[in-house]
Design a protein around this ligand. Structure first.
Ligand SMILES: CC(C)(COP(=O)(O)OP(=O)(O)OC[C@H]1O[C@@H](n2cnc3c(N)ncnc32)[C@H](O)[C@@H]1OP(=O)(O)O)[C@@H](O)C(=O)NCCC(=O)NCCS
Length: 190
């Protein structure tokens, strides 16, 4: 369990799957994330959960301060040689939680864990150029950089949308004014 300033992050359990499905099915999530999938049945969710945890895939639940399941995050494609991984974040479902700083807190917490516990030196992701909230959270508030743009890469909302490739190095994270707060939260070091 990782405890941030506003949210906590913990491993995903089978008991979370109904809430994870609600997050995946939330139109505010479905329309804004890069990956697209058919809506899943409960049985498909169970197969998905059993199938690929561990190895390079680490899916986590985000909880708010009332221990409600409000999101999904994690590390994917962990590359031990190059010490990088993909990360992503979805907040939503039955609770109205977006736009209150919870995403920024979760992103900083995952970065501190990835850089100061796991030992990675780079994280990467991709963001639809139409996703203003995600760009604001990752790039403006959490120190990520747009490293390139794939033109008309994703079919979303009835049209092709450009996709920003985004990334952050450990040294970029270290320059955030509150980096030390998050390193302390993750490592317990004073
Ligand atoms: C993207 C996401 C993780 C960000 O988490 P969050 O808790 O909403 O983010 P925060 O509140 O920390 O920061 C978002 C900022 O964008 C702003 N914002 C939200 N919608 C916006 C919009 N349409 N245009 C401009 N700014 C917007 C918020 O006001 C906030 O800025 P502020 O702190 O200056 O007020 C969350 O919104 C989410 O899960 N969205 C749906 C799924 C998704 O897009 N995932 C990311 C895929 S790359």
């Amino acid at each position: 369990m990782l405890k941030g300033k506003l949210v906590s992050v913990r491993t995903m359990e089978a008991a979370d799957l109904a809430e994870v499905k609600a997050i995946n099915d939330d139109p505010g999530v479905r329309g804004n994330v890069v990956g697209w999938g058919w809506p899943n049945s409960a049985a498909e969710m169970e197969r998905w959960h059993a199938g690929s945890q561990g190895g390079g895939t680490h899916r986590w639940i985000v909880e708010d301060d009332e221990n409600r399941v409000i999101g999904v995050t994690g590390l994917w494609d962990v590359d031990w040689q190059s010490r990088n991984a993909l990360t992503a974040l979805k907040l939503g479902g039955v609770h109205d939680v977006r736009g209150r700083g919870l995403g920024t807190d979760a992103i900083k917490l995952v970065m501190a864990f990835a850089f100061y516990d796991v030992g990675l030196i780079r994280l990467h992701s991709s963001i639809l150029t139409t996703n203003r909230a995600s760009l604001k959270a990752y790039v403006d508030k959490c120190g990520w950089s747009v490293e390139g743009t794939s033109r008309e890469h994703v079919w979303r909302h009835g049209k092709f949308v450009d996709l920003h490739q985004v990334g952050i190095l450990k040294q970029d994270f270290d320059r955030l004014p509150d980096a030390e707060d998050y390193i302390t939260l993750v490592t317990g070091r004073p």
